[in-house]
Design a protein around this ligand. Sequence first.
Ligand code: 13P
Length: 252
Amino acid sequence: MTTPRALVAGNWKMNGLKASSSEITHLNDLISTSGANCDVLICPPFTLISTLVAMGAKNVPIGAQDCHMNVSGAHTGDVSAQMIKELGCDYIIVGHSERRADHGESNDIVKAKAAAAQEAGTTAIICVGETLQDREAGNTLNVVSSQVRGSIPKNAPAAQTIIAYEPVWAIGTGKVPTAANVEEVHKVIREILVDRFGADGKQVKILYGGSVKASNATELMSVPNVNGALVGGASLKAEDFYGIISAYDKIG
Ligand code: 13P
């Protein structure tokens, strides 16, 4: 069976005003001119989704960074997956470690959000990852395994599920795990996915995230069971992000 087609996804986090739309234009042009041997996605803040979708940059689909677990209701300030889908997004990130930490999102909450994303017809990009404390205590595989098992919804379709492994200590720090460390964690995630989905679990993408940049992308993206990247800082500028996308020119 073939490996899943890779996805290089940008998470702009709480960055970007309307002027940032020029980065989408530039990225779209770079891909038109030089191609991309992977799927591409940008997840801007909610405030920019409509603007960026309306640009119609065909090489740069737009996704969202979070959603509420309910379809509608009295949830001031929240946004539902249906609302996001209606804007033209096919992907929603859920359970990012910044949301797990800043908003106290448990595996159960992440699971409910992922279910909402999938029920709305989008693909849920479910984030997991250990803290430095977990890693130093030798708990990485236990923590990541229980996050993966605990965050995938009961009726999740494999085709609408993506896992992003992002070690918390590697996010925005310039520190990255060794290729061997990444391989070990992704292998365990793959085993859980196959256990859960059968053969379809081999087709679920497992992204790596945490200080990915053009200079380390080829090495990280070549690791077995790494099917793409979830990129923060280096996704904000089209040139930097395209440098990561073009790592796939060198990977078979
Ligand atoms: P950085 O690429 O800035 O380390 O962020 C990774 C991340 O959190 C993407 O979701």
